[in-house]
Design a protein around this ligand. Structure first.
Ligand SMILES: Nc1ncnc2c1ncn2[C@@H]1O[C@H](COP(=O)(O)OP(=O)(O)O)[C@@H](O)[C@H]1O
Ligand SMILES: [Mg+2]
Length: 296
C-alpha cells in the first residue's frame, strides 16, 4: 500500500470513527469538495473490461449523489452482461471520488478506490450469510423484505477501470429519508415509516450478531482479519420505496426503507450498546437539520 493510499485511508477512517457529532462536522467540510468528484466522469463514453473479462461499453449520465466513499451517476447504453430482471434503462454506476489536475489528468482518491473494492467484495460475502443473520435473536419479526433478501440493491456488475472498480447497480426509485424528515422532522414520519426504520435498526444489530466481514487492516500492509459486520446506517443511506414494480424487483412485501449500499462503518455508532432506537431517531433529526443548515 502506497504512502498516499495509507494517508488517505487513515484520514477517512479517522473521520468515520470519530463521535457522530465530529463525523458530521467532517462530512460538512468534505462533502462539498467531494461533490465535484462525480462531475469529472459525467457525460462520457467509456470502454472497459468487466469482472468476467468481457469488453463492455457505457455512457455516464447525470450525477445522482455522492457520499464520503463514492459518487453515483446514471448509467446509459451499458453493453455488459446483466442478471435477468433488471432493466437496462434503469441502472446506476458507482465510481470512486476523483480529482482533476488541469492539463495532467483525472485521478481517483486512493481511499475511495479501496472502499469501492471493499463494497464489491463485501456484497457477496453478506448475501452468503443471510440465513445466519435471519436466525439472530435481534432480527426483526416479519420484516418488509422476503426471506433470503437484504433490503439493498444488488451489485449487477463490477468493471475494472484505470480509476479503480466501477460498480453497476439498479436505480432505486423512492424518496430519501433526509427529504422525508426535512420538513417536520422524524415526528412527521408515518407509523409504517417508523416501523420500517426500526426493522433496519434491528437488522443492523442482527448483522453485527451473526455476519462477519473480511478485510485488510487499513494500517498494515500484510494480514487479513475477520470481524463482526457493522452496517453503516447513516440517514443518507436510506430511501423509502413504495412503487409496486420496485417492491417486486427488490423482494419487498410492503413499502419499506432500503439502503443505497451495504456499507460498513469502521466504528460502532449504530450498535445497541451505543445508540438505542429512540436515540437513533433523534440522531436522524440532528443529521438532517445539520445537512439542511449546510445547504445540501
Ligand atoms: N441505486 C441508486 N439509485 C439511485 N440513487 C442512488 C443509488 N445509489 C446511490 N444513489 C445516490 O447516491 C448517493 C451516494 O451513494 P452511496 O452508495 O451511499 O455512496 P457513499 O458510499 O459514498 O456513501 C446516495 O445517497 C443516493 O443519493
Ligand atoms: Mg452512503
Amino acid at each position: 500500500m502506497s504512502v498516499l493510499t495509507r494517508f488517505s485511508l487513515i484520514l477517512a477512517l479517522t473521520i468515520a470513527a470519530s463521535t457522530p457529532a465530529e463525523a458530521l462536522s467532517c462530512r460538512e467540510l468534505l462533502l462539498p469538495l467531494f461533490e465535484r468528484a462525480a462531475r469529472h466522469f459525467k457525460g462520457q463514453e467509456f470502454a472497459w473490461i468487466d469482472a468476467n473479462g468481457k469488453a463492455v461499453r457505457l455512457v455516464t449520465g447525470d450525477p445522482l449523489g455522492n457520499g464520503m466513499s463514492g459518487a453515483v451517476l446514471k448509467l446509459e447504453n451499458f453493453t455488459g452482461d446483466l442478471p435477468e430482471g433488471y432493466p437496462r434503462d434503469a441502472l446506476v454506476v458507482k465510481v470512486p471520488l476523483a480529482f482533476r489536475l488541469p492539463g495532467i489528468g483525472t485521478f481517483a482518491f486512493p481511499h475511495s478506490k479501496v472502499f469501492q473494492r471493499g463494497e464489491a467484495r463485501l456484497e457477496s460475502r453478506l448475501r452468503e450469510q443471510v440465513a445466519k443473520v435471519e436466525s439472530s435473536e435481534f432480527f426483526p419479526k416479519d420484516p418488509a423484505w422476503e426471506k433470503g433478501v437484504l433490503p439493498a440493491p444488488p451489485i449487477l456488475s463490477v468493471l475494472d477501470t484505470p480509476y479503480g472498480k466501477w460498480i453497476v447497480k439498479p436505480v432505486i426509485r423512492g424518496t430519501s429519508l433526509t427529504r422525508l424528515v426535512d420538513k417536520s422532522g422524524v415526528a412527521g414520519l408515518t407509523p409504517e415509516m417508523k416501523r420500517s426504520l426500526h426493522e433496519l435498526y434491528d437488522l443492523t444489530q442482527a448483522l453485527f450478531d451473526q455476519a462477519t466481514a473480511f478485510g485488510k487492516s487499513a494500517l498494515s500492509t500484510g494480514g487479513t482479519r475477520v470481524h463482526a459486520f457493522k452496517l453503516d446506517l447513516n440517514p443518507s443511506n436510506l430511501v423509502w420505496v413504495t412503487e409496486p414494480d420496485q417492491m417486486r424487483m427488490y423482494g419487498l412485501k410492503r413499502p419499506s426503507f432500503m439502503l443505497f449500499e451495504l456499507g460498513e462503518h469502521p466504528s460502532d455508532p449504530y450498535l445497541r450498546e451505543n445508540m438505542n432506537f429512540q436515540e437513533f431517531l433523534s440522531f436522524v433529526d440532528q443529521w438532517v437539520q445539520r445537512e439542511a443548515a449546510a445547504g445540501y
